[in-house]
Design a protein around this ligand. Structure first.
Ligand code: GAL
Length: 427
């Protein structure tokens, strides 16, 4: 492949210039503008990225970074802007994209990304990144297309221990207990049992419920074609989702994910299900202590399973400043960068050379998440691009919105089955 050869030459030049590998010294040879595109703005999102950019600026003082973050949780707005820019011949130098189908089924399949094999080989990342994650950023020929900066957990239930005690409720073991015992006990006291925010957070909640109701194997089967979306079990996911939504706040659609997390921290809601960027928000923005100001458990009945997603950055074919972008990617994948970013973001480092076992850097939340990551069954998040293409995620947003008003489980199940077929799931 021409682009791989080209990349090899560029890497040899970069290595000769002393880029990256063992980064620490300043590199003044690399210069120009570097535009970094993401959706990391505001609470729980921007602290990690800002810290990375600050360190990168020290290492590469002649590169001028533009942080082009587009607000909107889970990238709902950023992705629309990105498509326009990529197809309009105006790509950013690098952009945030989830490992898995969000990367592969769109950008890699369209031939718009450059393989990064040489970068991985030169840094020894083929040995220091988990194989399952490498698989999510590779094509069938084994070419690697992006650099993961983290591993987030999607199936997490958040709460405040002292509040649960005051209200006399426990962390529910499963959704039946939540709906039939926990929810009415809290509603009687005027407390919102579970806070839920805008559409994508509802899809996020749905996938945690799907994992609980279907179990690991049948949940995975949704994305491989092995599980029938119209089966009684898959339809039951919608029925449970309906009952859980009935225990949530009515103003869901006008809230951002941070608003729903804040309801838990402030004690107007008892529980919230969100990925562990919520830990970043609790720790950094709200300055809460783990296990005091906030606590966590696997979302009901998903103990033993870790639903993962990974934020990665790639190199578009037409990136304007490829040299500076490679320097950024080289830095991003390093243990140093991952130890700067992840303690602020709430995620685990993807590079196993990072200092995850250091409790000074990674507190009790991270230690728990790491134990789960290394012991649990790993499944992929649909809401965050790991297991389904963007086309499915977009269509599913409409199904979720329709369900929120008509509450028709059979029709949501049938529409999901059609969408799965249309978007080639399991093909
Ligand atoms: C996810 C992303 C996380 C976090 C979250 C909320 O899709 O992977 O890093 O940003 O959205 O916006």
């Amino acid at each position: 492949m021409r682009s791989i050869k080209w990349l090899s030459v560029l890497l040899v030049v970069l290595l000769a210039l002393g880029v990256g590998i063992g980064a620490g010294a300043q590199d003044e040879e690399i210069s120009g503008d570097l535009e970094i595109f993401s959706w990391w703005t505001g609470g729980g999102e921007e602290a990690g990225l800002n810290a990375l950019i600050e360190r990168f600026a020290e290492l590469y003082p002649n590169v001028t970074v533009t942080n082009s973050a587009v607000a909107g949780g889970s990238g709902v707005n950023a992705r629309a802007v990105l498509v326009t820019r990529m197809l309009g011949g105006d790509p950013p130098d690098t952009f945030q994209v989830h490992a898995g189908e969000e990367l592969n089924a769109l950008w890699v399949d369209a031939g718009l990304m450059q393989p990064l094999n040489e970068l991985f080989e030169a840094n020894g990342w083929l040995d220091t990144y988990p194989q399952g994650l490498l698989d999510l950023i590779s094509d069938a020929e084994g070419n690697l297309y992006s650099v993961p900066v983290n591993i987030h957990r999607s199936n997490v239930l958040w709460y405040v221990p002292a509040n649960l005690e005051e209200w006399g409720v426990a962390v529910p073991a499963d959704w039946d207990e939540f709906v039939n015992v926990t929810c009415p006990a809290l509603q009687d006291q005027g407390v919102t049992p579970i806070s839920v925010a805008e559409n994508w957070t509802q899809a996020h909640l749905w996938e945690s419920i799907a994992l609980a109701v279907l179990g690991v194997e049948a949940y995975n089967g949704l994305w491989t074609g092995a599980t029938d979306w119209t089966s009684p079990e898959a339809t039951a996911v919608w029925e449970t989702f309906d009952a859980v939504l009935a225990c949530s706040n009515d103003d869901r659609n006008s809230l951002a994910w941070q608003d729903a997390s804040l309801m838990v921290a402030e004690g107007t809601a008892a529980f919230n299900i969100m990925g562990d960027w919520a830990a970043g928000y609790f720790l950094v923005d709200l300055a809460l202590e783990p296990n005091e100001g906030f606590a966590w458990a696997a979302s009901p009945a998903t103990d033993g399973a870790f639903m993962m997603l990974s934020d990665t950055f790639g190199l578009p074919m037409a990136a304007p400043n490829q040299t500076a972008t490679l320097a950024w990617l080289d830095f991003l994948g390093s243990a140093e960068a991952q130890d700067i970013f992840n303690p602020l973001k709430g995620s685990l480092p993807a590079n196993t050379d990072a200092d995850i076992t250091n409790p000074e850097l990674y507190n009790a939340y991270f230690q728990d998440a790491f134990a789960a990551w290394t012991n649990d069954a790993i499944v992929g998040s649909q809401a965050h691009g790991a297991v389904a293409p963007q086309a499915f995620t977009n269509g599913f947003a409409t199904i979720i919105a329709t369900f929120a008003s008509d509450r028709d489980a059979a029709s949501a199940a049938a529409n999901s089955a059609t969408l799965a077929l249309q978007t080639g799931l399991g093909m």
